[in-house]
Design a protein around this ligand. Structure first.
Ligand code: C5P
Length: 224
């Protein structure tokens, strides 16, 4: 297997913790990128911290979901942070996806499909009458039609997405050494790569506890 590429989800409000995550994941057998989600992006010092990061692969996980004009304006508003990847919910709809893609420039625009914390039962409760697999397939087609650069989906839907969307696939909901937490559709890193994910997103299994030891466990898991 070629060098695995993994985004570490830096889910914290502490710049000190993010500095630690970056320091302890450098010079690894794994190529790491850093994903910043709503927690860090909305924290007091988050934006300023990201603006000073150099030579890192960065992922702004804003999960935009709004009307087309607002989505496009939001993509423009974070341009100065020069993210390599930026997310928008596929459920924002075709027009919003098109509008955001039009202004995303060299940043890869990533469409987020049904969250990995939801399962068929949860979808029913919010009024969807299609199951996860069917919805994700429809959403992947939307990503293809709007020329997005990547799709986020659980490891369990990678094969379905690959049939209709031919670019990068990014998979969260990865577990190899710990609890599922709030995630419902989880897979191990090996299973996700086997299914065809290009990038994995891993948060708590790396960032909780001893980061270096967790990374070593991940390397051991991948080389088994
Ligand atoms: O800690 P954990 O590995 O569960 O973190 C997963 C990360 O991926 C979180 O930052 C979460 O916001 C993000 N994510 C997700 N499911 C999606 C899209 C993003 O868990 N469908």
């Amino acid at each position: 297997m070629s060098k695995p590429i993994i985004f570490i989800a830096c889910d914290t409000t502490s710049t000190k913790k993010v500095r630690k995550i970056i320091k302890e994941s450098q010079n690894s057998k794994i190529k790491f990128g850093y994903k910043f989600g709503l927690e860090f992006l909305n924290s007091k010092n988050g934006r300023n911290f990201i603006s000073k990061l150099k030579n890192k692969i960065t992922f702004g996980d804003y999960k935009f979901a709004d009307i087309p004009n607002t989505c496009a304006a939001a993509v423009k508003a974070v341009k100065d942070l020069k993210f390599n990847y930026l997310t928008i919910h596929l459920s924002a709809g075709k027009e919003a996806l098109r509008a955001a893609k039009k202004v995303s420039g060299s940043t890869k625009l990533v469409g987020v499909s049904i969250l990995t914390s939801l399962d068929n039962k949860s979808l029913k409760k919010i009024g969807f009458n299609k199951n996860v697999k069917k919805l994700v397939k429809i959403q992947a087609k939307l990503a293809h039609q709007t020329n997005l650069d990547a799709v986020v989906c659980s490891g369990q839907e990678v094969e379905i997405v690959k049939k209709v969307f031919k670019k990068e696939i990014i998979t969260p909901g990865i577990r190899f050494n710990s609890k599922t937490n709030d995630q419902k559709r989880v897979l191990t890193p090996k299973q996700a790569y086997k299914n065809g994910s290009d990038w994995l997103v891993i948060g708590r299994p790396i960032t909780k506890g001893d980061i270096k030891k967790n990374i070593q466990k991940l390397i051991d898991h991948l080389s088994q």
